[in-house]
Every structure is written in structure tokens, then in C-alpha cells.
Write a new protein. Structure first.
Lengths: 282, 384, 106
């Protein structure tokens, strides 16, 4: 079993310690996950890919042991299968097999060395973790301006990336593809993630309360319209990242969508793809 | 490239036709080259019937250039059966093989079938070096014999030399060998990471000094001054450039039917055992995404002075973690060629702390300019 | 009586339609040719048993509104050119398809 990475609060780890590390803590949305792996090369890969989200703190509530498959067949365009079985969540796709036990907060991942496999596993794990507290992942881009977060949701091509591309320079980008929505004390915040789409840029590791969720539509003029309760929930449900077919989990997601729509304004944003649209927003 | 070839490629691009396909028949091999990026176990190769059906579909879709490779293609018992079918469908067929299984009979049959060319990997003119790389004793002798047999049949043969630490000083010997055998010679200074993402074999890459030597070798690159000239930079037109033909007029099919933009760009884009080839080519969301990427869509590379002239392979960028990001191996080559480092090159070669864990950024007030800078420094290997 | 002329596609080639043109590559020396729309029609019809005049009259004159005399003369020049490059075979007897060593799918 690998030795623990020495805890270092303020100093950056030394070169030798970093090169021999067999674990790393990745923290997204205040969920620190320790990833342990026998391969220091892979740990280094994680450091690079999730730069900005690697915690120098030793503390991690959740732990995953990663075993690298000697060689894997890559998944096709398959979706992952996520099921609940005897107290564990099981996640499977062509390129990974993972399980997580929510009562011990420990899990195991068997995957290829591809960085994309780990991305997918982490997103599924986060979906399951956030759901416990009423949070979720959303197909949406998000940015922070004046200390508040704005989310832009829609399917591929709806304009998520465009909206953040058009943002003024004082807006901080959280993500152009997958927004993390966390719930704390009855309030919803958006946090940055290292997962990017076409923008090909890692989001800033920031957090801010969500001011509005916009459902995107393209049109001849910029305008914002309110959306009533049922339509808002429907729009939200259509964009929540959803993996598991477990009935209890489905209910959790549904309840989360209802609660979110009751507390956070959901509006339709029709926009012309130029930067004037941001003047409407804030 | 001749004007006509360029013209046809441009037409194929306009009509969205997959003009070139590489089909790997198997990943099994009688050699175990130390730099190989493949998993050699058979996980359920396509059958003869499946392959013939695929060839029919490809011909109907307009595929003209068919490169047949692997693994070692002649390990398939149905190899000549497949080849006959390919030639009956009038593909222009290029083969890649180590030649170890080629005797008189095979060479003759290859000529009869009108194969356009055969590429054979030769890693050194010295058996002790070549055989240590292929891990097959006697393989250099057998490969050279194959070249002789193929040339005596009048077939076009190309010796392909992958450059790595173990054979870095032997490429001139291989070039001379090619001349002696009346074959063409091509050198490849890139080690490809394993298809499943394992990057450990990149340690076989030759270093900067060796790369610089290769790029200043007139016998390899021609006009050295031109080849190594500083880049002109990126202008408005350059931003609309496409990276390469992968996904545009070319793609790859694995022995298991998986379609990728290229063998070196293993983005799973569909499987011909589930979906028709032409439907994958036209409608695959992954291929469509690849097609949408121009230089403009690459945050690092569009800002880089090498942007318009770099050899950047989008597949290598994908394997590195971001198909819109830099290909660090090509940053190495651009530097070796011109002496001008890209930002990514500088970031990777700066102090060790550049990749170790930076602190979390706590948001207090808004200081936009500092945030932008912090984001740039913090993202290290990923593009800012 | 005039001799019929028969034309047969060589099998020592690679070929593929690309839009309304056809790419043909000689297997002996890798030279690449493209045939324009009209030439492509003749190429596709060159089965070794249909006389060239028939091909020209039935497939070219009608579709392209060219006078038979001109069309035939142009076709003659074309097939001689292609034969010179070894990608088309000319004969004054029909060539039985089985004399060709492989089945032609297209």
C-alpha cells in the first residue's frame, strides 16, 4: 500500500515528493476526493490535468483507489451504466469499472490511463455525492460577475459556449460545459470545474451564489422572459446530468429540480450572438 | 504532392468524402517493438465476412486510398482473401508490414494484385539494434529479404524508420540501406503514446539535441535554412486553417470495428459493427466535433507564433488530454527546428513547481486582471 | 464494313468516382488520372462487349446533346489516350469478361 503523501500546508511540495506521490487530492465544489494510485506518472498526469483543483490540504473525506488496467478497449459512444447494488454504486463503461460505498466514503476505480476515463468517473461520482445534499451537475455554462453566478443551460449547440465567450473581461469563467450546482443551507451556488467543452479552457476554481438560471434560445433580438414553475422544472430536468437508473436516485434528482426552481429564478434567454446580451444580464 | 492529388483532396473535402482510410486488420504481431502503442491481444477481431462487407461499404462511400496495417497484417490467415476483395473493389491499396512473412510466393501475389506500395519498418542497418527493438531475433535479415523480393517484383517499397533513443545514431545507415535496396526512405521522429492513454513509452523519444541534429541534416530535410526558418506567425487567414485530414477526408477503423479520426487520434466515433460506415462518417457527433475545429478554436495554438506552421497533430493533442490544446511533442519539434519556444514549451520546461499543486484560489473581491493571470499560471499543462 | 471497336477497363488499376469525375490510378506506375463527366460515362460503360459507337450514341449523344460525329471523334481520341497509359484496353473483338482475372464489382 502506498505511503501517505506528507501533509504540507503552506509550502509547495518539493520536487522529489511530488514525483513520487502516490496520491493526490482533487477538490471540486468543496468535495475533496483523495485519489490513490500505484503509478506516480498517473498521479502527475492528474496534477497537470486538474491544475487549480488539486488541494494542498491533506484532508479528504472521500477516497478512491485507482487501479490502471494494463490496456483497455476504449469505449465507443456508449453511456456509462450506473447501478445500485448491495450498498454500493457501480459504474461501468468500456474504459472503466468503478464502485463507491457511500457509508464508508471509499471507492475503487479500474480504468485505462486515458485522462478522459478519469474525467467521466469523477463526474459520475460527483453527481452521486452532490445529490446527497440536493446538488447536481447541469449541462450549462456558468460565469461569475459582481460576485454572483449566472448559468446558461441548453443542449449542444444552444449557445452555452457562445455566452461565456461573449462575457465581458470582468466576468470569471467557471465552465462552458458542465456546471456544478451545490446546495448549502437552502441556497444554491455554482462552483468552477476543470471540465471544459469547446472553449478548451479549465474554469477558475471559484464559487458564488446563483443569481439566475437561463434556458437558452437563439433569436432575432436579446430578451429575457420569465418561465413558470412546471416549464422551469421541465427545462431543468432536461439538462441535469443523469446517470443512475436507481428509483431512489431519480426521486432525489426530481426533488432537487423542484426545490431549485422554487428558490432560484429560471428564465428564458433569447439572444443574438453578440456581447450586448451581457448588458441585459447584469 | 502533384497538383491533381491536391485538387482531388480539395474536392473530397468539399463533398465530405472519406477519400483515405487506414484499416488495421489485427493488433496481433510476430514482433513486440518496444515503442509500439498497441495492445496485442485479440479482443475479438472482425471476421473475414465483416471486413469484406466493410470494404464494400467504404467503396460505396467513396474511399479510394486504403492503407492496410496492424499489428502484422500477414498474421491473418485471410489476408490475401481480404486483399483480393479490396483490389476487386478497385481501392488503391498501400500495405504496412514488417515483411517477416513474405517469401517469393507472397511477393509474386502482391505484384499480381497490383498493390500500390508496401511500407516496411526498419529501425537500424545493424541487426543487433533492430532486433533488440523488435524483440524478434533475425527480423532485420528477414525484413531486408522481403524488401529484395518485393523490389525484384517491381513493387514500390518504402523503408520507415521510427526514431527513438535506441537507434538515434543509425538513421543514416538505414537511409543508405534504402538506397542500396532501391527503396524509398522515410523517418518519423515521433513516438506515439499508447492508445489507452499510457504515456510511459514517450521516454523513448529522442532528446532535443538529437532532434536538432535530424532537422539540420540536409540529406533528410532538403534546404535546411528553409526548413528551420523562424515561423511567420499567425494571420487572419491562418486562423481558418484545418489541422490535418483526420475526420475531414480521412479516418481509421480498428480490428474491432471502432472508427477514429486517425490511428493516432483514437477518439471513439462509432463502431461499424453497430452502425453503417457512411452513417458514422456523416453523422457521428465526434467526427462532427473534430471537423469544427480550426486554429481559431485552439486557445494556446492560435496565440502561438508557430500556429500556422507547426506540425501539430490533433491526435497527439487529444492523447495529451485536450483535442483543442497543444501537442507538446510538436512543441518540442518546433523548438528543435526553429530555436523559438512556444508558451507551452516554456511552461513545461520551467521550474519543477510549474506542475506541482498550486493553492486553491479564494474569491474575495473582484480583481479581474489578477484573476486572469492566476488562471494562466495555475493551469500549467492545460491551455489557459 | 467498319470494324467495331471495343473498350475494356484494365484491372491493373485503382478507381473511384468522386462527384461527377472518376479518379483512376495505374497500378504499374502509380500515375493518377481524372476523368471528367463525359469520360467517366465512357469509362463506366467500357465492359469489353459493348462497341464504342453504341456507348457514344446511347449514353453520350442523348444526355449531352452532342452531334454523333463529334462525339465519336472525341471518344476515339480519349480512349486512345487512356489506352496509351495502360488503363484502358482497345480491341476489335469483344473481350470476354472471364478473361479478366478478377470479378469487377463496379
Amino acid at each position: 500500500m502506498a505511503a501517505d503523501f506528507p501533509a504540507q500546508e503552506d509550502d509547495l511540495p518539493s520536487v522529489t515528493a511530488a514525483t513520487q506521490a502516490r496520491s493526490v487530492v482533487v477538490e471540486i465544489g468543496n468535495l475533496p476526493i483523495r485519489l490513490r494510485c500505484g503509478s506516480p506518472d498517473f498521479i502527475r498526469q492528474i496534477h497537470e490535468r486538474y491544475a487549480g483543483y488539486v488541494s494542498s490540504s491533506d484532508k479528504a473525506k472521500f477516497e478512491f483507489e485507482i487501479e490502471l488496467a494494463p490496456h483497455g478497449t476504449l469505449s465507443g459512444d456508449e453511456d456509462a451504466r450506473v447501478t445500485w447494488d448491495s450498498g454500493r454504486w457501480l459504474m461501468e463503461r468500456g474504459d472503466f469499472r468503478a464502485e463507491w460505498n457511500p457509508s464508508t466514503d471509499k471507492g475503487h476505480i479500474h480504468q485505462t490511463r486515458s485522462p478522459y476515463s478519469l474525467d467521466s468517473v469523477l463526474r459520475i461520482v460527483h453527481t452521486l455525492l452532490l445529490a446527497r445534499d440536493g446538488g447536481f451537475l447541469l449541462h450549462a455554462s456558468s460565469a461569475i460577475r459582481n460576485g454572483r453566478a449566472f448559468l446558461f443551460s441548453g443542449v449542444s449547440g444552444a449557445g452555452k459556449t457562445t455566452m461565456v465567450r461573449l462575457a465581458p473581461p470582468d466576468a470569471a469563467l467557471l465552465t462552458d460545459e458542465i456546471s456544478y450546482v451545490v446546495r448549502q443551507d437552502g441556497r444554491y451556488s455554482a462552483v468552477g470545474t476543470p471540465f471544459f467543452g469547446e472553449l478548451a479552457r479549465v474554469g477558475e476554481n471559484l464559487r458564488a451564489p446563483i443569481e439566475v438560471l437561463y434556458l437558452l434560445a437563439k433569436g432575432p433580438e436579446n430578451k429575457i422572459e420569465p418561465i413558470d414553475g412546471a416549464d422551469a422544472v421541465r427545462g431543468l430536468l432536461g439538462n441535469i446530468l443523469f446517470f443512475a437508473r436507481d428509483p431512489e436516485f431519480v426521486k432525489m434528482v426530481f426533488d432537487a429540480a423542484l426545490d431549485f426552481a422554487a428558490r432560484v429564478p429560471v428564465r428564458r434567454l433569447t439572444f443574438v450572438p453578440n456581447s450586448f446580451v451581457w448588458e441585459l444580464i447584469v | 504532392m502533384s497538383g491533381l492529388v491536391v485538387e482531388m483532396a480539395a474536392k473530397a473535402l468539399k463533398l465530405n468524402i472519406p477519400l483515405s482510410v487506414q484499416l488495421d486488420l489485427t493488433y496481433r504481431c510476430n514482433e513486440r517493438c518496444i515503442h509500439c502503442y498497441l495492445d496485442h491481444d485479440d479482443h475479438g477481431e472482425m471476421t473475414t465476412a465483416e471486413i469484406k462487407h466493410l470494404l464494400d461499404q467504404m467503396a460505396d462511400a467513396g474511399v479510394f486510398y486504403l492503407t492496410i496495417s496492424g499489428g502484422e497484417i500477414m498474421m491473418r490467415r485471410d489476408f490475401f482473401d481480404i486483399l483480393e476483395h479490396a483490389r476487386a473493389r478497385l481501392f488503391c491499396v498501400k500495405l504496412k508490414t514488417n515483411g517477416v512473412l513474405i517469401r517469393e510466393k507472397e511477393a509474386r501475389r502482391l505484384r499480381e494484385l497490383g498493390v500500390e506500395s508496401i511500407q516496411i519498418s526498419i529501425y537500424s542497418h545493424r541487426a543487433e539494434v533492430h532486433d533488440a527493438i523488435t524483440k524478434l531475433p533475425g527480423s532485420l535479415r528477414q525484413s531486408i529479404e522481403a524488401v529484395r523480393l518485393l523490389r525484384s517484383q517491381g513493387l514500390l517499397v518504402r523503408l520507415a524508420n521510427v526514431l527513438m533513443v535506441q537507434n538515434a545514431t543509425d538513421y543514416r545507415g538505414v537511409q543508405a540501406l534504402a538506397a542500396e535496396l532501391d527503396a524509398k526512405f522515410t523517418i518519423d521522429p515521433t513516438i506515439t503514446p499508447m492508445m489507452d492513454g499510457d504515456r510511459s513509452i514517450l521516454s523513448l523519444n529522442v532528446d532535443q539535441a538529437a532532434l536538432q541534429n535530424v532537422f539540420r541534416d540536409q540529406a533528410l530535410v532538403g534546404n535546411v535554412e528553409e526548413f528551420c526558418a523562424p515561423p511567420p506567425g499567425v494571420d487572419e487567414d491562418a486562423l481558418d486553417m484545418l489541422p490535418c485530414s483526420a475526420g475531414h477526408t480521412a479516418c481509421y477503423v480498428s480490428p474491432y470495428g471502432d472508427v477514429y479520426p486517425c490511428v493516432q487520434f483514437p477518439l471513439p466515433s462509432g463502431n461499424v459493427r453497430r452502425t453503417k460506415f457512411v452513417d458514422i462518417w456523416r453523422d457521428s457527433p465526434q467526427l462532427k466535433e473534430v471537423r469544427s475545429i480550426t486554429l481559431r478554436d485552439m486557445p494556446s495554438c492560435s496565440q502561438c507564433t508557430h500556429g500556422a506552421t507547426c506540425t501539430r497533430c490533433p491526435g497527439l493533442a487529444y492523447l495529451e488530454g485536450n483535442m483543442r490544446g497543444p501537442s507538446s511533442q510538436d512543441c518540442e519539434k518546433s523548438y528543435a527546428r526553429t530555436g523559438i519556444p512556444s508558451e507551452n514549451y516554456k511552461a513545461r520546461h520551467s521550474s519543477p513547481e510549474s506542475f506541482s499543486s498550486p493553492k486553491l484560489v479564494q474569491i474575495q473581491g473582484l480583481q479581474p486582471a489578477e484573476h486572469a493571470l492566476a488562471a494562466h499560471v495555475v493551469s500549467g499543462g492545460a491551455s489557459a | 464494313m467498319k470494324n467495331h471497336q471495343y473498350v475494356t477497363r484494365s484491372t491493373a488499376i485503382a478507381a473511384r468516382a468522386l462527384g461527377d469525375e472518376t479518379m483512376v490510378m495505374s497500378a504499374t506506375n502509380s500515375t493518377l488520372f481524372t476523368l471528367d463527366e463525359v469520360a467517366s460515362v465512357i469509362w463506366a460503360a467500357a465492359d469489353g462487349v459493348t462497341p464504342l459507337e453504341e456507348i457514344v450514341v446511347n449514353k453520350i449523344c442523348a444526355q449531352y446533346d452532342i452531334a454523333p460525329g463529334t462525339a465519336l471523334q472525341d471518344a476515339q481520341t480519349l480512349v486512345e489516350q487512356l489506352a496509351g497509359h495502360g488503363i484502358l484496353l482497345l480491341s476489335d473483338q469483344p473481350l470476354v469478361p472471364s478473361s479478366v482475372s478478377r470479378k469487377e464489382a463496379r
